[in-house]
Write a protein that binds this ligand. Structure first.
Ligand code: NAP
Length: 279
């Protein structure tokens, strides 16, 4: 260890990592608040993670974001795992503590809710059921967050039914599993509909669930943010639904890590969105 103050470093680890928007976001915030620090994308192979977690704090790193495919593995490598990260089964934010311990958290769920609150302040979570398409890591974060804010019932549907069943087993009685081919049938009473699948992303097929019975009073959200306006959001908007894109979740999930590493709670506002979109 050195005895003089160091410029704090943070970064995002994944593989591949070149597509990540996190460096543009964090480096924008560092510039905006005049903070001396750096945020670096790092492509690290699975087999090198343990060594990286030992070395990076010695090199001045104060924490990391974690993305695909390391989010699940991180739970087994961290010294302290928050309850919500354990329940979700994945970590996206690491803090390298001064005592040498690695603290792992998952801020995807709180970022998801903060995005909805910011862009759809009239949404009342307790008023009607939620419908979640997909049952991967992002779906688990979304389901945990929906239960926390009091959504009374959550219908979940996934191409691979077993993953949806696993979510029901982990999250309990509020979860109802629906066959993928019958997904359109539960939209009538929905207060919120969320796409957590990768469908609709650039390079993937669109999400083709029929929206004919979609409640026009439902709030519709897509976690996909490349493109920003997915076909799914456009179709829901054409039915009269309020829609929220997925970029805000990315911005909000990043804020707690930035605050812990660099000591300043960043604003998530239009200027932040534009900085990331323009990068
Ligand atoms: P994941 O764990 O790999 O899960 C992928 C999900 O997409 C699964 O439900 C999978 O179904 C489904 N899927 C993939 N290809 C499909 C296809 N051809 N047909 C039907 N279903 C398909 O990934 P994840 O971490 O949950 O991420 C999912 C999406 O959310 C990604 O697009 C990611 O970029 C986005 N995301 C956004 C944010 C944000 O901040 N906005 C945060 C996290 C994730 P199966 O189980 O049947 O394979």
């Amino acid at each position: 260890m050195t005895d003089h103050p160091r410029i704090p470093l943070a970064g995002v680890i994944g593989s591949p990592i070149a597509h990540s928007r996190s460096p543009a976001l964090h480096n924008y915030w560092l510039r905006r608040y005049g903070i001396a620090g750096h945020y670096i994308p790092m492509d690290i192979a699975q087999g090198d993670l343990r060594e990286a977690l030992q070395m990076l704090p010695k090199m001045g790193f104060v924490g990391l974001n974690v993305t695909i495919p390391h989010k699940e593995t991180m739970l087994g490598l961290a010294d302290i795992v928050t309850d919500r990260a354990a329940l979700i089964g994945a970590a996206n934010t690491l803090i390298f503590r001064k005592d040498g311990k690695v603290h792992a958290d998952n801020t995807d769920g709180s970022g998801f809710i903060a995005n909805l609150r910011q862009h759809a302040p009239d949404w009342q979570p307790q008023a009607a059921p939620g419908v979640v398409f997909g049952a991967g890591g992002a779906a688990r974060a979304v389901v945990a967050a929906l239960i926390e804010v009091g959504v009374p019932e959550i219908y979940i549907t996934n191409r691979t039914r077993a993953r949806a069943e696993a979510i029901r087993a982990d999250f309990g009685a509020k979860i109802r599993v629906v066959e993928w081919v019958q997904a359109g049938a539960v939209l009538e009473d929905a207060g919120l509909v969320v796409n957590t699948t990768a469908l609709g992303m650039v390079g993937k097929p669109p999400l083709n669930i029929p929206l004919d019975s979609l409640n026009p009073g439902a709030l519709v959200n897509d976690l996909v943010y490349t493109p920003l306006r997915t076909e799914f959001l456009d179709n829901a908007a054409a039915m009269g639904c309020a829609t929220v894109d997925g970029l805000g979740m990315l911005l909000h999930q990043a804020a707690p890590g930035f605050e812990r590493w660099f000591g300043h709670r960043p604003d998530v506002d239009e200027a932040t969105r534009q900085a990331v979109l323009g990068a």
